[in-house]
Unconditional design. Structure first.
Length: 448
């Protein structure tokens, strides 16, 4: 079958999306919980002479309630604008969004199931078999040929395949050993406890050692058992949108080749040392796994501006994040969890010095903070915990300009679009059912 280009994929999905639009207009809005607020909202609609077909509410994660309403007829644009204005001005609603036909038509394409990643995972922008003139391996013909061979694995990979093993050469293992020994000498004092704990498990179960470069397939299987995350081989750098979209399905795109042996402690690009020593351990931690997926889910179908904001949040967390944790003497300590730090001996030492500025993690601030890519970071954002960072990311993703929310189904590894009141009502019922099962389990536990 001919491989679809990005634009034809976009066109195909626009057609599907357009065909499935409801003719009814839906709105969503958030209200602070106070007496009479629902009455005020409903009056906005009745004052405009509009009747409602359905209304559904769900508690918001931080405060108040989200309402989803479906209007029982087609409403002229001007009247809709009046409704939006009155909901904001009179009923003090926030995040008022019209879930209309036009908004959906403009949405960028996004993967809806995990196998959709096959449509773009080969479309790399940089590196892979091509190198910049300042890359340490640029003039090494043998090194370039070796990279080309390894990237063939990623180019032929499809979702569901086992990741073919690479038989690394003595020279490659030697480079790995130098990196491994350098970094592990600092992990005990500089890395967060989650990274340290899981690193020990990776040494035990996945062949992490100075003398062996672990195989992506083994690490991926380990992650699947821990949190449902998996690694997918990639031949170079993906666009920010494609890379972040993969995270929504708990998939991390990972390179398989190694940096040039002439500079073992430097690489201008991600390589297998960065992926396996820096990234892989944290994806086995349930809270970090959930947090990272939230960035991915937030990236599906949003504008290029919002992708830029999310990529910046990713940079300041998954790549260069620091976090608070309990130290041995009960004091709160600050440690590194970002893979960019954990795979750089120099930056690991630097981030714990007095030089960089440390700021409390806040995605609204982090998303617009500029950063350098070729020097150590002048500032780091410090998360209270991965759990709290996840809640902050959920709140941030609600501020992005997407006229619907998405529901990830872990059983089918698909995302469902919450674009109609009916679908939302069904999901609320499902969650209520799960909550009631959990409450029963709690009661049973309490009466034991
Ligand atoms: Fe990375």
């Amino acid at each position: 079958m001919e491989q679809l280009s990005s634009s034809s994929v976009q066109d195909a999905y626009n057609t599907i999306n357009s065909a499935s639009f409801s003719q009814r207009t839906s709105l969503s809005f958030n209200v602070v919980n106070r007496v009479g607020v629902l009455k005020e909202c409903l009056e906005v609609f009745s004052n405009c002479g509009v009747s409602l077909a359905q209304i559904v509410s769900k508690p918001c994660i931080n405060s108040g309630y989200d309402f989803f309403v479906e209007i029982d007829s087609e409403v002229p644009e001007e009247k809709l604008q009046n409704i939006v204005h009155d909901l904001e001005a009179t009923a003090k609603c926030t995040k008022v969004t019209v879930m209309g036909q036009q908004d959906f038509a403009k949405l960028p394409w996004y993967p809806q199931k995990i196998s959709d990643l096959d449509l773009f995972s080969h479309q790399t922008l940089q590196y892979g078999s091509e190198l910049d003139a300042d890359h340490p391996g640029f003039t090494d013909v043998e090194y370039r040929k070796r990279r080309l061979d390894i990237t063939q694995i990623a180019k032929h990979y499809k979702h569901g395949d086992s990741i073919p093993r690479v038989e690394y050469t003595k020279e490659e293992i030697n480079t790995w050993r130098i990196v491994y020994n350098n970094l592990t000498s600092l992990y005990k004092t500089h890395a967060c406890t989650q990274h340290q704990r899981i690193f020990n498990l990776l040494e035990e179960k996945c062949g992490f050692s100075p003398d062996n470069i672990p195989q992506l397939e083994d690490v991926s299987n380990f992650l699947k058992q821990c949190t449902g995350w998996s690694l997918r081989p990639v031949s170079g750098l993906l666009s920010a949108r494609d890379f972040l979209n993969g995270l929504a399905f708990r998939v991390f795109h990972s390179t398989q080749y190694i940096r040039h042996h002439s500079k073992p402690l430097y690489t201008p690009e991600p390589d297998v040392c960065h992926e396996l020593l820096g990234h892989a351990p944290l994806f086995a931690d349930p809270d970090f796994a959930d947090f990272s997926q939230e960035i991915g889910l937030a990236s599906l179908g949003v504008s290029d501006d919002d992708i830029q904001k999310l990529a910046t949040c990713y940079w300041f967390t998954v790549e260069f994040g620091m976090c608070k944790q309990e130290g041995e003497n009960g004091k709160r300590e600050i440690k590194a969890y970002g893979a960019g730090i954990l795979s750089s001996f120099g930056e690991l030492e630097y981030c714990m010095s007095d030089v960089p500025k440390l700021l409390p993690f806040d995605p609204f601030t982090a998303s617009t903070t500029p950063y350098p890519v070729t020097t150590y970071q002048p500032c780091y954002f410090v998360a209270e915990s991965f759990e709290s960072a996840k809640l902050q990311m959920i709140e941030f993703s609600r501020s992005l300009n997407r006229p619907f929310e998405l529901f990830y189904n872990p059983f089918t590894q698909t995302v469902d679009k919450l674009d109609s009141v009916e679908v939302i009502a069904k999901k609320i019922k499902l969650v209520e059912h799960q909550l009631s099962s959990l409450s029963s389990s709690l009661l049973k536990l309490a009466t034991k």
